[in-house]
Structures are given as C-alpha cells and as structure tokens.
Write a protein that binds this ligand. Structure first.
Ligand code: NAG
Ligand code: NAG
Length: 384
C-alpha cells in the first residue's frame, strides 16, 4: 500500500509539479494566445495575469517562443493579488500594433500598477514606433503623444532581467513611485533621431539599480525625475542618445528632490551629453544633492559634463526667471575621453542658488587631441 501511494506521489510530482510544490504556472499559449504575431493575444495575457495574481504563493507566467501581438494597452493591476511573487518568463517577442492609433490615448502600453515581487526575465518588446515618430517629425501635428512600452508605478521589489526593448513610440521603460528595483542586462534600441524615446526613466522612486545594460536611443539613455533617491547605475553603454540626465527639474514649484545617485563605469559613445543635471529656469523648491559620477568614458561626446539650470526650450514660462533648484555635493571622479566640442565641462548654475560643493577629481577630457576647456557660472567647488 505504501509503495503504491509512493508511486502515485511520484507520478503526481512528474505530471503536476506545480500542484505539489505550490507553484502555479500559466502558459499564455494554453490560455489561447497565438504566436503568429498577427492574432491579438491581449485576452490571453490578461487571463494569465489574473490567474497568476489570484494564486496563493509563488506563480509564474510563461511566454514561449514566437511573436505575440498585443493590440491594446494592458494594465496589470496588483492591488488584489494573492500571490507573493509573479515570475514572468518570456522566450518570445511581444509586438505592438503597427498602427499607432490602435493604442488610442494610452500613455503606457504595458502598465504594471501596485504590484509586488514581479520579475520579468527575457523577452523582446517591439514598440513599432517608427510611424508615430514620422508623424511627429513631419510637423503636421495631430499625432498622439505615444505610449511608453513598459512601466511600473507604485510597485515594490521588481526585477527586470535580460529584456530587449525596441523602437518605443515614447519612453522604453519607466519606474514611477517604486521601491527596490533591479534592472540587469537590458538592451534598449531605437534610432538616434527618434523623438522622446528615453531608455529608462526613474521618478519618485527609491532603491533602483541599473546594471550591465546597453542603451542606444534618440533621447536620454537614463532620465531621472524628481523624488528619486538611492539610484545606482553601473556598467552601462550609452549611445547614441542624450546621455544620463537628472532632470528636467523645476517643472513644478513644489517638487521632491533628487539625492544619493551613483553613476559608475558608463561609456558614452557619440552622445549629445554625458552626465547632465538639468533644470528649467523657473522657481521651484526642488534640489539635487549627493551625486557621484565616476569612471566614465566619453567618446566624442558633445557635452561630456553639464549642469544646465537655464533650460527653456520653448521660451515659455521661464524667460527672466531663475531656477530655484539647489544643487550641491556633486562629485565627478575619473572621467576621461574626448569631447566633440571645445567646452567639455559646463556649469551654468542658478544665480539665486549657486551650485555648491562641486568636486572635479581626475577629470581629463580632450577636444581634437588637445586639452578641452570649461565654463562656470555661479558654481562653487574644487578640483583635485
Ligand atoms: C541619502 O544618503 C544619506 C547618507 O548616506 C542617508 O543618510 C540618507 O538617508 C539617504 N537618503 C535617502 C532618501 O535615500
Ligand atoms: C565596465 O562596464 C563594461 C560594460 O559597459 C564592462 O564590460 C566592464 O567589465 C566594466 N568594468 C568594470 C571595471 O567593472
């Protein structure tokens, strides 16, 4: 009798491992998704999420090889989840509709809201942004704003690993109001003239780490918005793109500050900026403090080191005004390479709140194989 029960148990374990060890796995293909890249798979993905979210304990969503068209914007809501973690393993590609109008006014294509313990491994996300960029660049107007490919908001304990994000209509990946996020071995790829296609955007978030990633795009490789703290960026290749940017800040009068940011071992190739801090020339009670940029390699970068507190592109709401953002304790250490313009270091700070304690330690940048020059306005600090 015992051996019969044992055999039965072993059989159960072989055929229903998830049943025995309490891991529930949901395969989008079993839930009706077609991997032909032409049939809308939205329903199957929503179903997989609902099943995984309702499972007790750990759950898994599997996306096998193939192409899955997601014709609609999806909100993966975590507020009522019973699961402790959800692992989303993607072997295939997730493809946006080729007609950008299909996403209507959605600002985000795949939006995770109030989720906890979600890990996405692998996957190629194709935003099909080219037609919308062309619409925007034609200057005719009437184009929708476009959608970010993947965003997490008000979420905790998130891991994104080995994901590729292609040709987003707007930002590629965004974290807003998140805690404890790890982004590793991610690739972002879009042409250098694609508008507003920031690689990774971090805002109002604490404890975001971005490691070992490669970002080539038409806007900032990483953009850092207000309210960000404990951000760590290391081993990243950026270019083409607009560099790593804290800001634009001073969008609002009441704005949370940015603090404790480390950017380490980043190579910038042919980018518009290297490491930049940028604020509108407008009143604000925001600030930027405790930032370290270290071991960065600049290859033919237009503005390798830049603080710009007089940002006012459309000349609306700022002329005649001064930035209220207080910038202090910023370290530039071991920054080497070449500038594509004569001024490699530019600090254009606020006349009302001059930049404080800016430290340059072993910064060696050349322009046409000669030492480059720097320009400072209302900046206080030291060079080692
Ligand atoms: C920033 O770093 C300082 C010094 O390590 C620490 O005391 C402070 O709590 C940190 N603040 C945030 C919001 O992470
Ligand atoms: C610096 O980052 C590159 C990836 O961009 C990586 O290959 C290299 O090993 C890193 N160097 C160190 C010292 O960590």
């Amino acid at each position: 009798m015992i051996t019969v029960m044992l055999k039965l148990f072993v059989l159960l374990l072989i055929f229903f491992p998830t049943f025995i060890i309490g891991l529930s796995a949901y395969n989008v293909k079993s839930l009706g998704a077609k991997s032909d890249g032409k049939t809308d798979a939205t329903k199957a993905f929503v179903k997989a999420w609902n099943e995984a979210c309702n499972s007790l304990g750990k759950s898994k969503i599997l996306v096998p090889k193939g192409r899955y068209l997601i014709q609609n914007a999806i909100k993966f809501d975590g507020r009522k989840c019973r699961s402790t973690t959800i692992d989303i393993d993607i072997k295939g590609s997730i493809v946006a509709p080729s007609d950008y109008r299909a996403l209507k006014d959605s600002a985000i294509w795949l939006s995770f809201e109030s989720v906890n313990g979600v890990t996405i491994t692998g996957g190629k996300f194709d935003g099909k942004g080219a037609d919308l960029w062309n619409c925007k660049m034609s200057g005719k107007g009437g184009c929708p704003g476009g959608a970010t490919i993947l965003a997490f908001s008000n979420s905790n304990n998130i891991v994104i690993r080995g994901l590729t994000s292609l040709n987003s209509q707007l930002f590629h990946i965004a974290f807003i109001g998140c805690n404890n996020v790890k982004v590793q071995s991610v690739k972002v790829l879009a042409p250098n003239n694609s508008p507003n296609t920031d690689g990774i955007h971090v805002q109002s978030s604490n404890g975001v780490t971005i490691l070992n990633s490669k970002i080539s795009t038409g806007d900032d490789c990483v953009s850092v918005g207000s309210g960000t703290s404990a951000l760590w960026i290391e081993n990243v290749l950026c270019g083409p793109g607009h560099g790593i940017s804290i800001g634009s800040l001073a969008k609002e009068m009441n704005e949370a500050g940015v603090q404790n940011v480390t950017v380490k071992n980043v190579t910038f190739v042919g980018t518009q900026n290297g490491v930049r801090i940028k604020s509108w020339g407008r009143p604000s009670n925001g600030f930027v403090k405790n930032v370290v940029f270290q071991q960065c390699n600049m290859i033919n970068v237009q503005n390798p080191i830049l603080i710009d507190q007089n940002y006012c592109p459309s000349k609306v709401g700022c002329p005649g005004k001064v930035s209220g953002v207080k910038i202090s304790d910023i370290i530039y250490q071991d920054i080497h390479g070449s500038s594509a313009t004569e001024i490699a270091v530019k600090f254009d700070c606020s006349s009302e709140h001059p930049c404080k304690n800016i430290i340059l330690d072993n910064v060696k940048l050349t322009y046409k194989d000669q030492p480059s020059v720097s320009s400072c306005t209302y900046a206080d600090g030291s060079t080692k």
